[in-house]
Design a protein around this ligand. Structure first.
Ligand code: NA7
Length: 526
């Protein structure tokens, strides 16, 4: 396995339980993936904590106490440390092992791995668990090296705490990360300038503490909670209402939406009328409702308008969940710099120079996102059959079968890969699906003396067609965001691609089951 995040950790446990000789190679100096790297203030789950944790161990569920409804990063890392300790997994991981190149040997049915330090290893099966948001991207602005203050991407936030109380701070980017960090630091910095290219539609997270009594109740309800997650398209406790947008009167809609706006979590996005994410008119009406909420919360009406997206509707891009985000702009020490009006010219020694003025800073925080979903794959040289390079195969967009395999790359089994369901859902729920399916496959191969698995070109083409058709049904096809693989900071990625499975987790799981029931339909095992 490559990557000791949520997927790699669970995969190691499953494979070890099967008695497989399994090893996780991790580029970082410890495990935890997303929750190891992202140490910025305000970083936390947007999934209800109890729906995020692993479901595979009753004992673990009984032992772990989630302290907040939407648990923060330090606690999430502690959770993963607890899991690794409990199941004795650390000795199955090797750290500071950057996989640079993986080459398929078609005669030996093996992968040869070339690691950063010069080590070379071989393995029979290679399972990348390298994450979908693990290749951070900086903007292309010139002069970034000239800045004399501190600067870093949020993903690379330093381990040591930073005293920002006397600092003039800039945040570039207002995606889910920027929206978490901005209110979390606003009152602890001397001044904060937010450089916004395009605003996002954000909604209140409504975090809160979980008492001992509540936790005891959650423990009793775990079966019910995970059963609920298993039936919703997104693997969250929130699923679309049965009500119809068209059947409801305007007043009923507004009452329903007010109620959703006051409730914790992703309900506002995922428990809404289905039409809101599928039909332009319904989406426009709901977006207008949210725009009014923003106007109510921001004192300066001109500023409020700048914070309301004009180029896309609600929920078409990933909805950042916020705690006092809009109120942060009511503070005297917080300034919004709309870079659609005054573009950034370059970074200079003292700060950021826009077309209108030069702003001076002590710290620049790049909350500028990721080369999502395929970026981590692109950073590794995967050479399959006949020297075919994965990056070239995926030049115009990923092509996979079930998000599990790529034709021409035998024995490469992706855990939560592109075009699978994991990328569009509550991640750990889909990770469990993916890891369990892959480890069952490993068991099947071992029990049947099989040495090789490869999907067919026909199966892959059909899956890609299905992925494309599903994009056609949802408005998020219009997004210029990581849901469509769009990234202006990476060469060749300022195009829209078909990255995720939009058919929902239950349908995806049924599909995986059917493939197995039909003797691994679409794969050639030998
Ligand atoms: P996102 O959601 O991709 O957001 C990145 C933000 O950075 C977004 O506001 C971008 O503006 C902005 N950005 C990107 N490049 C630039 C440049 N060159 N100049 C100015 N602004 C820029 O990444 P996040 O880290 O916030 O969230 C990623 C996921 O992590 C999130 O969805 C969660 O699932 C966890 P844009 O909108 O592209 O105009």
């Amino acid at each position: 396995m490559i990557g000791a995040g949520v997927a790699g950790i669970y995969a190691l446990d499953r494979l070890r339980n099967l008695g497989v000789d399994a090893l996780v190679l991790e580029a970082g100096d410890d495990f935890g993936g997303t929750w190891y790297w992202n140490r910025y203030p305000g970083c936390r789950f947007d999934s209800e904590s109890y729906s995020y944790g692993y479901s595979f161990s009753k004992e673990l569920l009984d032992e772990w106490h989630w302290k907040e409804r939407f648990s923060p990063q330090p606690e999430n890392l502690k959770y993963l440390q607890y899991v690794v300790e409990k199941f004795g997994l650390r000795d199955g991981m090797r750290f500071n092992q950057q996989l640079e190149k993986a080459e398929w040997d078609d005669d030996a049915n093996r992968w040869t791995l070339h690691l950063g330090g010069g080590d070379v290893m071989t393995c029979d099966l290679l399972l990348p668990a390298i994450g979908l948001l693990s290749a951070p991207t900086l903007p292309r602005y010139e002069g970034q090296q000239d800045f004399t203050g501190q600067s870093f991407h949020t993903y690379n936030w330093p381990k040591e705490p930073i005293d920002m109380s006397q600092m003039r701070v800039a945040v570039i980017g207002t995606g889910a990360t920027g929206v978490q960090i901005i209110p979390a630091i606003a009152e602890n910095v001397k001044s904060l300038h937010v450089f916004q290219r395009r605003p996002n539609w954000c909604a209140p997270l409504k975090n809160g503490l979980i008492s001992d009594e509540e936790m005891a109740d959650i423990r009793k309800r775990y079966d019910e909670i995970f059963a609920r997650c298993a039936e919703t398209p997104g693997g969250f406790i929130h699923g679309p209402t049965d009500g119809s947008f068209h059947d409801a009167t305007a007043q009923e809609r507004y009452e329903f939406w007010d109620d959703l706006y006051d409730k914790p979590g992703f309900g506002i996005w995922l428990a809404n009328y289905r039409e809101v994410l599928m039909e332009e008119d319904a989406n426009a009406e709901f977006s207008a409702f949210i725009a009014n909420k923003i106007r109510e919360r921001v004192n300066d009406p001109v500023l409020a308008e700048k914070l309301i997206p004009k180029d896309h509707g609600f929920g078409v891009q990933r909805v950042p969940m916020e705690t006092n985000y809009y109120e942060a702009y009511n503070r005297d020490n917080v300034t919004l710099v709309d870079i659609s009006e005054q573009p950034i010219d370059r970074i200079v020694a003292e700060g950021i120079k826009t077309s209108a003025e030069t702003y001076e800073f002590d710290l620049i925080i790049y909350a500028t996102g990721f080369d999502a979903i395929t970026g981590a794959f692109d950073r590794i040289e995967f050479f399959g059959k006949d020297g075919r390079r994965l990056r070239d195969e995926w030049e115009k967009g990923p092509r996979t079968y079930l998000g599990v395999q790529v034709e021409g790359f035998p024995n490469l089994v992706m855990l939560a890969g592109p075009q699978g369901a994991s990328v569009s859902t509550n991640f750990p729920r889909a990770i469990e699906t993916s890891v369990e399916w892959a480890s069952d496959l490993v068991g099947h191969m071992r029990n049947n003396g099989l040495k090789r698995i490869e999907c067919t070109r026909e199966a892959q083409d059909a899956w890609v067609t299905e992925i494309e058709e599903l994009y056609g049904m949802v408005l998020l096809r219009n997004a210029k965001s990581w849901f469509t693989g769009y990234n202006s900071n990476v060469d060749g990625r300022d195009i829209k691609r078909h990255m995720i499975y939009n058919g929902g987790a239950p349908r995806y799981r049924r599909r995986l089951d059917k493939v197995v029931a039909n003797n691994y339909d679409g794969f050639v095992l030998s």
